[in-house]
Ligand binder design. Structure first.
Ligand code: 4AD
Ligand code: MG
Length: 431
C-alpha cells in the first residue's frame, strides 16, 4: 500500500492509502470519532466508525492525545462539505509516538505564551497557512524575476559598510576588524548590476532598531532588485508588476490558506498594475488638510500618516520624491529640484505600511563622493562602491521589498511576528 501525503489525496479518491500524520484535534461519541489530522502538506478529517473498525481500534482512536504521531490506513472519500473536498474513512491506526500534555491546547492562549512556544505554535492551522503563503510569495518572486531576465545574486551578510545609515547596525568583530550584519545588500547589488544587468537578491537583513511595533523585526528578509539602464519611472512599473504578480499568485495557489485566515479575497483580486502615485509634497498637503497638524514639509511619515494616505486608495500607493534630508546618501537628485530625490516608497493598503523602499541611484562620481562626505561615512569603506561611478557609470535603479510586511498584508496578519518562522524581536531571541 502506498504512503501518500494529504495534498495528494485528490488523486487517490476511492483507494485505500496510508498517511503519516499528527492528531491536531478530535471529537467523538459512543459510535463515531472524528480525528483532525495534519501531515504538514494539509489538514484532513479522519472518520472512525465503531461498527466498521471494531472495539479495539475504536478505543485506540478515542484515546489518542493531541499531537501524537500516527500511521493511518484509510479509504479516501469525497466530502462535499469541507473546502478541501476529501476525508478519510479510517481502517487502522498505528501509534508512532504518544504526546503527553501538549502545551498548546485548543483553548485561547496569550501571545507571549504562544511566542515562547513558537517551535510548537508553527503546527497550528493559522500559522501553517501563513507559512504556506510566505512560501508562495517566495516562489512567485523567483518566477517573476526569472521570467523577466533577472539573475539572482547573493550579497554578503558580514559587511564593512552601512547603506541605510549608521545608527541601526549590529556590530561584531571580524577577527581584528570591525564588521556589521548587513542591513541591506543594495550596494553589492549595484556592483552586480554593472556585471549582470538586471539582478535581484533574497536574504536576511538586520536592523538594531529599538522599535517595538507590529511592522518591525530585528531580522527580516528582503528582496532587492537592482537594474542597470533603468530610470526612476521604469523602476516603478517593474515594482507594481512584481507586487501584482505575487498577490495574484497567492490568490491563485493558496485559496484554502486564505480561506482559513478569513482573508477578504475581493480586496486582493483587485490588486493589478498600475498603482496610484502621490508626490511627497501632495501627501503632506493631504495630511494637513485632513487634520494632521503634527507634520510639516521635511518630516518623515509615521505609521498613522502612512495609514491615512493608504486609506484613500484600495491599491498599494507610491509616495514619490521625498526630501533629500530624510533619505539615504545614494539617491539620485531630481533633475529640476535640489530639495527632493528620485525615490518612492510603496505603501500597502489596509494599514500594513511601507512594503517597498526604492530609488534611482546617483551615478556621478563627484556627486557620490560629496554625498559620502556629507553623510560622514568612512570613505575608505566605500572606495570600492565609488569605483562603480568611476568606471562606466550608468543610470540605474533598485528597490527593496520587505517579505514579512508583504506577507502580513497579503495574509491579513496583524503583526509581522507571525509571518516569519522564528521572529527576532526587540525582546525576543528565544526560541
Ligand atoms: O526602506 P528600506 O530601509 O530600504 C533599503 O534598505 C534599501 N537599501 C532597499 C533597496 O533599495 N535595495 O527597507 C526596504 C523594505 C521596507 O520597505 C520594509 O518593507 C522592509 O524593507 N523593512 C522592514 N521589515 C521588517 N522589519 C524592519 N525593521 C524593516 N525595515 C525595513
Ligand atoms: Mg524605507
Amino acid at each position: 500500500m502506498k504512503t501518500i501525503m494529504i495534498h495528494e489525496m485528490p488523486d487517490h479518491a476511492g483507494e485505500t492509502v496510508r498517511i503519516g500524520a499528527w492528531l491536531a484535534n478530535k471529537r467523538s461519541s459512543g459510535k463515531i470519532a472524528f480525528l483532525q489530522l495534519r501531515d504538514g502538506s494539509g489538514f484532513v478529517q479522519g472518520v472512525v466508525v465503531k461498527e466498521e473498525v471494531g472495539e479495539e481500534i475504536f478505543a485506540k482512536a478515542k484515546s489518542i492525545t493531541q499531537e501524537s504521531s500516527l500511521y493511518i490506513t484509510a479509504e479516501v472519500t469525497v466530502d462535499e462539505r469541507s473546502s478541501f473536498g476529501y476525508e478519510l474513512q479510517v481502517k487502522e491506526i498505528e501509534l508512532i509516538s504518544e504526546a503527553v500534555d501538549y502545551p498548546i491546547t485548543p483553548k485561547e492562549h496569550g501571545t507571549e505564551f504562544l511566542m515562547d512556544h513558537r517551535h510548537l505554535w508553527l503546527r497550528s492551522r493559522k500559522q501553517h497557512a501563513i507559512m504556506k503563503i510566505r512560501d508562495e510569495v517566495i516562489r512567485a518572486t523567483y518566477e517573476f524575476f526569472h521570467m523577466n531576465g533577472f539573475v539572482k545574486v547573493d550579497p554578503p551578510i558580514l559587511t564593512g559598510s552601512s547603506p541605510e545609515g549608521t545608527s541601526e547596525l549590529f556590530h561584531t568583530k571580524y577577527f581584528d576588524e570591525d564588521a556589521y550584519l548587513s542591513q541591506s545588500g543594495q550596494l553589492y547589488m549595484e556592483a552586480a548590476a554593472m556585471a549582470l544587468g538586471k539582478v535581484y537578491s533574497f536574504g536576511p537583513t538586520f536592523r538594531a532598531e529599538k522599535s517595538k511595533t507590529r511592522r518591525h523585526l530585528i531580522e527580516f528578509w528582503m528582496i532587492e532588485p537592482e537594474m542597470a539602464f533603468v530610470e526612476f519611472e521604469e523602476s516603478l512599473e517593474i515594482q507594481e508588476q512584481y507586487v501584482a504578480h505575487i498577490v495574484q499568485s497567492v490568490v491563485q495557489n493558496c485559496p484554502l490558506e486564505l480561506e482559513r485566515l478569513g482573508r477578504d479575497l475581493s480586496k486582493l483580486e483587485k490588486i493589478q498594475a498600475p498603482f496610484p502615485r502621490i508626490s511627497y509634497d501632495d501627501a503632506i498637503k493631504f495630511l494637513n488638510d485632513n487634520g494632521f497638524d503634527d507634520i510639516t514639509w521635511g518630516d518623515d511619515f509615521g505609521a498613522p500618516h502612512e495609514t491615512a494616505i493608504a486609506e484613500s486608495y484600495d491599491m498599494p500607493v507610491f509616495i514619490t520624491h521625498y526630501p533629500i534630508g530624510i533619505k539615504p546618501f545614494y539617491m539620485q537628485s531630481h533633475p529640476e529640484r535640489d530639495d527632493v530625490v528620485l525615490c518612492a516608497d510603496l505603501i500597502a493598503p489596509e494599514g500594513y505600511g511601507e512594503i517597498i523602499g526604492g530609488s534611482e541611484r546617483v551615478h556621478d562620481y563627484e556627486l557620490m563622493k560629496q554625498r559620502i562626505q556629507e553623510h560622514n561615512l568612512d570613505e575608505a569603506a566605500y572606495e570600492w562602491y565609488l569605483d562603480l561611478s568611476k568606471y562606466g557609470a550608468v543610470p540605474h535603479s533598485g528597490f527593496g521589498l520587505g517579505l514579512e510586511r508583504t506577507v502580513a498584508w497579503i495574509s491579513g496578519t496583524e503583526h509581522v511576528r507571525e509571518t516569519i518562522p522564528f521572529p527576532r524581536l526587540l525582546n525576543r531571541l528565544y526560541p
